[in-house]
Design a binder for this molecule. Sequence first.
Ligand SMILES: Cc1cc2nc3c(=O)[nH]c(=O)nc-3n(C[C@H](O)[C@H](O)[C@H](O)COP(=O)(O)O)c2cc1C
Length: 538
Amino acid sequence: MNNHDVDAAWQYHNSTKHSSQSVHSSRHYLDWRNEPLLFKIYPKLDAIPLPRRVPQTGIAALSAISTIPGEAESASVPDLNALALLLHLSGGVTKQKRFAGGETFFFRAAACTGALYEFELYLVCGNLPGLDAGVYHFGVKDFGLRRLHQGDFRGVLADATGNEPAIVHAPLVMVCAGTYWRNAWKYQARTYRHFGWDNGTIVANLLAMCAALHLPAKVVMGFVDDEVNRLLDLDTQREVAFSMIAVGWTPEPAPPASEVQPLGLETVPLSRKEVDYPAIREMHAASSLVSADEVRTWRGRTPVKPVPAASGRIARLEPLGDREIRLDGAEQVILRRGSTRQFAREPITLQQLATLLDRATRGVPADFLDPAGTQLNDLYLIVNAVEGLSPGAYFFRREEGSLELLKEGDFREQASYLGLEQELPGDASVAVFFLADLRPILERFGNRGYRAVQLEAGILGGKLYLGAYAQHLGATGLTFFDDDVINFFSPHAAGKSAIFLTAVGKSARRIAFLSPNRGTALRQKVRCKWSWMPGTES
Ligand SMILES: Cc1cc2nc3c(=O)[nH]c(=O)nc-3n(C[C@H](O)[C@H](O)[C@H](O)COP(=O)(O)O)c2cc1C
């Protein structure tokens, strides 16, 4: 497989598009008796407990999401408390809900398609205050670490990333790995797109918390896949590393790579049987990098596309400055985040929208975004109810901080339709669509660019979630009818592809979460959310 044979990415993208026809003719149903376990469990490894009471950072969420946690000038090393905070508020359990029948469901810090939580977090670190050098798995359920390798293995990552400077000097690297079956049980081959989104929301939280802890951070997608997967002892037919985040900075580079011995560690099976979706594995293989040289030529030099001159009416955005924003703390906002299950059809203010867009899109530190601040995705909006802004379709002119009106009108019904015939984007105040021109991205980055564009959309979507909740609004990620979205925003969007969708507005809070006789229904909604898909609910 060759990363630059981009027919693979086009084939995967086109074959996993949703359309009204594909969704309504789907015969897929959820086999609840074969529902996957939501946690990776190593039955024979003891857990090292993580501290549960750690000091708060005192940093406002709106500052945290908009600060780019860049490079440090002096050593900046997370201790065990900082590590616990990072893990809890990115991949950890933040809410538990008991449903009728006594079942408890564990919701996590970051939103995830179908609440299936297919991402595992691993740590590769040198000696940290309170934690010995090693390779660890984060056990979400018992909030503990399990050591897979003892000793400093950061050199393996330095080699695998072609000596990416942020990795070479990071005291800690968090590696995010996705488990196919846990998500494919419900979403089949489309799971590989979900990898980018669901990993992205986790990364958005991680970046915000690194900023709040004053730790440098960088997202790294360029690495030799086999070397990283081997270090984590992954069964690559089922689980693969997708991204890594370099956290902190030390003047001493990582030591030379230690030899990695296979571990063959036992893990608890996720289901009685797993269904293989070859399209997912093929897309992963086609976007894999095989040598450090290939990685070095892969990263950086993001294709920058000129934004066409505006032809529609312009609405200038006036976001709140640092002295005016709400000061709700980063931790507090992440803990209260949840996906809005129902929006009130009420307006938000133009300033709230401006602040949200401004704070969420100031830039992501990543090896595929060069120069800093570059973005692969463009934001297109359906504005349903924003005070001071005519309802209609808009293009976000990020550089200029303005919205360009593409067409005026009440598009609530179309927003609902485009969001897979769900009420949420029609009831929300605004539906934010992420669209990207895949052609230059794939030309520059090969199939791996497809991973990057999906991850970036998830990160931006995750920032929108936090920016909304920081302003006491609600938000939810959504999926969509691919080509209908492009047609709706065309001619402006012609040639682009639909990547992700987030809706923002005021939550209706009409669903009584804890009412005993609503529990089962809600659980069905959480796990089987898409009533549009005939025959999915058994
Ligand atoms: C990428 C993404 C896509 C999602 N798509 C939908 C969707 O189409 N419909 C929906 O009702 N919820 C959707 N959600 C919300 C998830 O169902 C929700 O995140 C999950 O149930 C966990 O709940 P929580 O976000 O409240 O913690 C999506 C979330 C993400 C991150």
